[in-house]
Design a binder for this molecule. Structure first.
Ligand code: FHN
Length: 452
């Protein structure tokens, strides 16, 4: 029996013994179906991702610029002298993230370049001892986020391309292979796990957001051991899918899922322009409408959006990034009922747009992006009575008319709902349909008429 199959069977046996059923999903992550611990995440819908590191000094791509040999590693590290965090105001960051409507934030504690944002006792590349800032920036930020009652995610790169203990340096340069020097690899794992335990002790994050697992196998990383050590006395902690095979949720990136992902829990991470870190040359910011298109798409498919910002080296945030977060937050505030705590919507056959459902499935939220040309929106194949239709955040009760509904057959008809111009929102108008009970979707094919 092959190794992977054995480990899968052992895991399932283990979880069945402790009463937690694990199932492997097609997405290849183990979802310990501990729904309680995932509930806040599923309800949260929006997180803010923060990529902050020395790469903001020259505005070049995080870690990849030296890995891809666009500049030497030595020149990349010269940015340490420019990473001042001189205008870093963690409370302002936390307020901005809170005002964006996010319920959690994920910060890069250490990216692939190995630069640590906290005063780590491990390695020789951190913000206190090696950067111009000469201060721990992770702790005050996490404290400020917690003060705003935001859940905390810690991004941690498994690879550390700057560490002499690590295998890879750049795309063409390898320091060694694990097979050839297992002892050195073990020293790397001790270093990596030492930092993880430091982060766990200092911050007790709600989410571990791993990255970079592609460079080695789960066995080489010791992924199962990492999960066990992080969850020990912290069983409610959530892990993303990038600790291969050990995650609780899937993490599609940049490409907005066209179809709903397989995984029960998932989160799209997305840049606000085209760069993760701050790059002054990257002015290709998504408009607020485009960000809302992506956000609404995700939540209608039962997922979250983790929207990234890249602060500058001095700790300030670009006004355009602030603008996008605040506009997103203002729209969510007005339409919060259709966002937080909802579940994925109904198939597009019933309404030509994104939808979400209240937890009790008795209210259907229709997201109307464009102004209906005849001032009407159309829903079909809903067997319930629509007791009330109204515009969220505006309260206008909408008139509705049904056609193709005959008393003697089950076909539920087609409902036309008036949506007056004055109720239209500048981004998405949300119409709430209050049903006479949990939603019932009709999908039968109406046959020949046998009786009248
Ligand atoms: O290599 C990283 C990249 O720099 C960035 O951090 C993204 C964010 O999810 N993750 C990796 C690429 O998938």
């Amino acid at each position: 029996m092959n190794h992977k199959l054995t480990s899968i069977l052992l895991c399932i046996l283990y979880f069945s013994l402790i009463g937690v059923k694990a199932q492997e999903t097609k997405s290849g992550i183990f979802e310990a179906t501990d729904h309680d611990k995932m509930q806040w995440f599923k309800d949260a819908k929006l997180g803010v991702f923060i990529h902050w590191g020395i790469y903001a000094v020259d505005g070049i791509s995080e870690s990849w610029s030296f890995y891809n040999e666009y500049l030497s590693h030595e020149d990349y590290l010269k940015q340490l002298s420019g990473f001042t965090a001189s205008n870093f105001k963690p409370k302002e960051w936390a307020k901005l993230i809170k005002d964006s409507g996010a319920k959690y934030s994920v910060i890069t504690s250490k990216h692939h370049d190995g630069f640590a944002l906290w005063n780590t006792n491990y390695g020789n590349l951190n913000v206190v001892s090696h950067a111009a800032a000469k201060k721990d920036v992770l702790t005050p930020l996490i404290d400020a986020l917690k003060e705003k009652e935001l859940k905390i995610g810690i991004y941690f790169s498994l690879p550390d391309w700057s560490s002499n203990l690590y295998t890879h340096l750049t795309t063409s340069k390898r320091r060694y292979t694990i097979e050839k020097d297992p002892q050195r690899w073990q020293e790397y794992l001790n270093y990596m796990n030492g930092q993880l335990l430091e982060l766990k002790k200092n911050y007790r994050p709600d989410i571990w957001w791993f990255d970079g697992d592609w460079e080695h196998s789960p066995e080489a990383w010791g992924s199962a051991k990492i999960r066990a050590s992080l969850l020990k006395d912290a069983p409610k902690t959530i892990i993303n899918s990038r600790l291969t095979g050990q995650g609780n949720y899937q993490t599609p990136e940049i490409g907005v899922p066209v179809y709903r992902p397989e995984a029960k829990y998932w989160e799209l991470c997305m840049t606000i322009n085209d760069s993760w870190g701050y790059q002054q040359s990257d002015t290709n910011y998504k408009t607020t409408q485009q960000i809302l298109d992506i956000f609404v798409d995700c939540i209608s498919k039962g997922g979250n959006l983790l929207l990234d910002i890249g602060p500058k080296a001095d700790g300030t945030i670009d006004p355009i990034q602030k603008d996008r977060l605040l506009k997103l937050g203002s729209w969510i505030k007005k339409h919060h009922k259709a966002v937080y705590g909802t579940t994925r919507g109904i198939p597009y056959e019933h309404f030509y747009g994104p939808t979400t459902l209240s937890k009790d499935k008795q209210t259907l939220y229709l997201f109307v992006r464009d102004i209906p040309k005849d001032g009407k929106i159309v829903v079909k194949g809903i067997s319930n009575t629509i007791n009330r239709a109204y515009v969220l955040g505006n309260g206008s009760i909408l008139s509705q008319k049904k056609i193709a509904k005959l008393y003697w057959n089950k076909y539920p008809g087609i409902s036309y709902i008036d949506l007056p111009k004055e109720t239209i929102d500048s981004y998405y108008t949300v119409v709430a349909l209050v049903l006479d009970g949990p939603i019932e979707l009709y999908s039968e094919l109406n046959d020949a008429v046998e009786q009248n």
